[in-house]
Each structure stands twice: as structure tokens, then as C-alpha cells.
Design a protein around this ligand. Structure first.
Ligand SMILES: [Zn+2]
Length: 142
């Protein structure tokens, strides 16, 4: 249990695997700055999962996404449980197709849940709404 590989120390490497320290990488977005690109949003969402920042995940998910749960209390608890039960071993960006208002990121997320390897690959769709990138859809890959 727990995110043994992730530190909340602002001088620690960012969980999004950028090789940049957290406070110069995803922290500004977690603090409210708007990412310029869908790729930056995607990276900051991975880091937020790794750090258990459920509110950030919720506020950057488009209401059309199947994972969106209008019961915010329940959703937040589910996200916290997921983060606590998962260790986050890295993120690899395989493809980024920029656009406006639609953009696409294909990535591999390296995760473990207990003894279980729950690594997955996904092509995510992002939609820019009123200047804010939102995670709108995702299709799992190999
Ligand atoms: Zn980052």
C-alpha cells in the first residue's frame, strides 16, 4: 500500500517522469495555473494520481467522460482509494497530437497494485473548454 516511490517534497523529481523537480513541473498546475497544452495537462493528471490530489483529477475531467461521477464525495473517495492502493512507477508519452480544441495523447502508465502489474496504455482525448484543457475520453491500448 501507499506511494512509496512518490514524494511530496517539492525538490523531488516530478512523478510525471519529466526528470524535472516537482515545483518546476506539475506543481504550478496543481496550484491553479492552466496548462498550455493537453500534454501538460495529461502529465499533471498522472502526477496528481500519484500524489493523491483527487480534486485536481475531478476538476480536469470533462463531464462527458465515463469516469465522471456527479456524486463528487463518492468519486473523490474512489480516487483517493485508487491512489493509495497503487504505486506509480512512471509515465511514457508515446504520441502527442496537438490541436485546438481537440488534442490527443497516447501514453503508457506504469503502475502496480500490490503484487499486480496494472500498467496500461491509453489514447486520451482532450477538449479545450473556455481556455481550460479537460480529459474528455480515453481508449485503452495494448
Ligand atoms: Zn510533472
Amino acid at each position: 500500500m501507499g506511494n512509496l516511490v512518490v514524494s511530496k517534497d517539492k525538490f523531488a523529481p516530478c512523478p510525471c517522469s519529466s526528470q524535472v523537480v516537482y515545483h518546476k513541473c506539475c506543481k504550478p498546475y496543481h496550484d491553479g495555473a492552466l496548462p498550455d497544452t493537453a500534454l501538460l495537462l495529461m502529465r499533471s493528471r498522472y502526477a496528481a494520481y500519484a500524489m493523491g490530489l483527487a480534486d485536481y483529477i475531478m476538476s480536469t475531467t470533462h463531464p462527458e467522460h465515463p469516469a465522471y461521477n456527479p456524486d463528487l464525495v463518492e468519486w473523490k473517495q474512489d480516487l483517493i482509494n485508487f491512489s493509495r492502493g497503487t504505486s506509480f512507477h512512471g509515465l511514457k508519452i508515446n504520441e502527442f497530437i496537438d490541436g485546438d480544441p481537440w488534442a490527443y495523447v497516447t501514453f503508457s502508465a506504469y503502475l502496480r497494485q500490490g503484487e499486480h502489474d496494472s500498467t496500461f496504455c491509453e489514447k486520451s482525448t482532450f477538449l479545450k473548454v473556455d481556455g481550460r484543457w479537460l480529459y474528455q475520453a480515453g481508449v485503452l491500448g495494448d
